[in-house]
Design a protein around this ligand. Structure first.
Ligand code: NAD
Ligand code: ZN
Ligand code: ZN
Length: 351
C-alpha cells in the first residue's frame, strides 16, 4: 500500500510499504478515506522531536472498517469510523476516568510516530496512508453517523478533542475573557471550544494574518502577537484574561501566556513541549496565584460529545481546512503547512 514515510528533517515521501494487516483479535483494519497533517507532525518534520526515521506518519484519520479481529464486538465491516489519534482500551484505571492519554493497556500509544511514541504497542503505523491497523479497535474507533462527513470527522481524531481539552483545563466560566495563543488548527479549535463555555470574548493571538482572519470569522477578536498584551489588558480593565490557552508549544508563547493571564487565572497549555525542561516563571505564577495545566489531550474520551456537537451543527471545524490533496501530494502538503504559504491551515490527504 502507499503511505507517507518520514525519512528525516523536512523529508517525507509517499511510497510503497507493507500492507497494514490485523495481527491481534482486538485489531480492526481501516481503509483510510481522509487523513490530515498536524502541527505535531511538524515537530517531527523539524527534527525538534527526535524520531528514528522510516515510519508512516499520521494520527488523524477517518475510514471504512474493512476487516475486524474475532475479539472485536462493536464494529462491522463497511462501517465508517474516526480513529482516535491515540490508542486506548476504554477499560483500565485511566480510561475509566476519561484520562485515556494515560491508558495502561496501550501505554498511551500514538499513531504515526513509528517506534518513537508507541507506548506498549511498538510501531502501530500511521493514518497518512491507504490503510491502518487499529489496535483495541472497539474503543479506539468511533463509529460515525451519516450526518458527519469525512472532512468534519477528521477533526474528531485529534484537533477538536485537543482544543476542547484546552478549554476544559482552563476551567472557563460564563462571562470569562479567554485568550488563545496560536491560531493554527489547534488554536482555532480551542477558539471554538472556548465558546461552548459561555465566554464573553475570545481573543485570538498569532502573527499570521490569514490565520487571524479565520479566527475573526470564527467569532474571536484577532490580534497580532506583539500587540496582544496591550489589547488583552485593555479589554479586561488592566487585569489580564481570565483564562489563557497556549496552543503553540514554545517557551516564548508560554511566557507570553503567563504574562497575559489575570491574577488568580488559569493558563492551559496544549502546545506540545518537546524539550525535557525550560525556564518556567514560577515566581510570577506564585505571586499572581496562577493555575497552570498541561497535558496530552484525552482524545477518545471526548469524541462522543464533540461528535454530537458537530452532528447538531453547533460545531463546524471545516472552515479550518485549507487544502484537500491526494495522498501522493503529502510532501507538498507538509511543505506549505510548514512554510505557512498558500494560506495553508489544515491540509487533508485523500488516499
Ligand atoms: P501550527 O504549527 O499550525 O500552529 C501554531 C501557531 O502558533 C502558528 O499559527 C504560529 O504562527 C503560532 N505562533 C507561533 N509562535 C507564537 C506566539 N509566540 N504567539 C502566538 N502565536 C504563535 O500547529 P497546530 O496544529 O495548531 O498545533 C499547535 C500545537 O498543539 C503544536 O505544538 C502541536 O504539537 C500541539 N498539539 C498538542 C496536542 C496535545 O495533546 N496537547 C495535540 C495536538 C497538537
Ligand atoms: Zn494531531
Ligand atoms: Zn485504557
Amino acid at each position: 500500500m502507499k503511505a507517507t514515510v518520514f525519512h528525516g528533517p523536512r523529508n517525507v515521501r509517499v511510497e510503497s510499504v507493507p500492507d497494514a494487516a490485523i495481527s491481534l483479535p482486538t485489531d480492526a483494519l481501516v481503509r483510510i478515506t481522509a487523513a490530515a497533517i498536524c502541527g505535531s507532525d511538524l515537530h517531527v518534520y523539524h527534527a525538534r522531536t527526535q524520531a528514528v526515521p522510516g515510519f508512516v506518519l499520521g494520527h488523524e484519520g477517518v475510514g471504512i472498517v474493512e476487516e475486524v479481529g474475532r475479539g472485536v464486538s462493536t464494529l462491522k465491516r463497511g462501517q465508517r469510523v474516526v480513529v482516535a489519534g491515540s490508542v486506548a482500551c476504554g477499560n483500565c484505571f485511566y480510561c475509566r476516568q476519561g484520562q485515556v492519554s494515560q491508558c495502561e493497556a496501550s501505554g498511551g500509544a500514538v499513531f504515526g510516530y513509528g517506534p518513537n511514541f508507541a507506548g506498549k504497542l511498538g510501531d502501530i503505523g500511521g493514518a497518512q496512508s491507504e490503510a491502518l491497523c487499529v489496535p483495541m479497535a472497539d474503543y479506539t474507533c468511533y463509529p460515525l453517523p451519516d450526518a458527519i462527513d469525512d472532512e468534519a470527522a477528521v477533526f474528531l481524531a485529534d484537533m477538536l478533542p485537543t482544543g476542547f481539552f484546552g478549554a476544559l483545563n482552563g476551567d472557563i466560566r460564563p462571562g470569562n475573557t479567554v485568550a488563545v495563543f496560536g491560531c493554527g488548527p489547534v488554536g482555532l479549535c480551542a477558539v471554538m471550544a472556548a465558546g461552548l463555555f459561555g465566554t464573553a470574548e475570545v481573543i485570538a493571538v498569532d502573527t499570521i494574518p490569514y490565520r487571524l482572519e479565520l479566527a475573526r470569522k470564527l467569532g474571536a477578536t484577532p490580534v497580532n502577537a506583539p500587540d496582544a498584551m496591550e489589547l488583552i489588558l485593555g479589554r479586561t480593565g488592566g487585569r489580564g484574561a481570565d483564562v489563557v490557552i497556549e496552543a503553540v508549544g514554545h517557551e516564548s508563547a508560554l511566557h507570553a501566556a503567563m504574562a497575559a493571564v489575570r491574577p488568580g487565572g488559569t493558563v492551559s497549555a496544549v502546545g506540545v513541549f518537546s524539550e525535557p525542561s525550560f525556564n518556567f516563571p514560577i515566581g510570577l505564577a506564585f505571586i499572581r496565584d496562577l493555575t497552570f495545566r498541561v497535558g496530552l489531550a484525552n482524545l477518545r474520551s471526548n469524541i462522543p460529545q464533540l461528535a454530537r456537537l458537530v452532528e447538531s451543527g453547533r460545531l463546524d471545524p471545516r472552515p479550518i481546512i485549507s487544502h484537500r490533496l491526494a495522498l501522493d501530494n503529502a510532501p507538498h502538503g507538509y511543505r506549505i503547512f510548514d512554510a505557512r504559504t498558500d494560506n495553508a491551515l489544515k491540509v487533508l490527504l485523500k488516499p
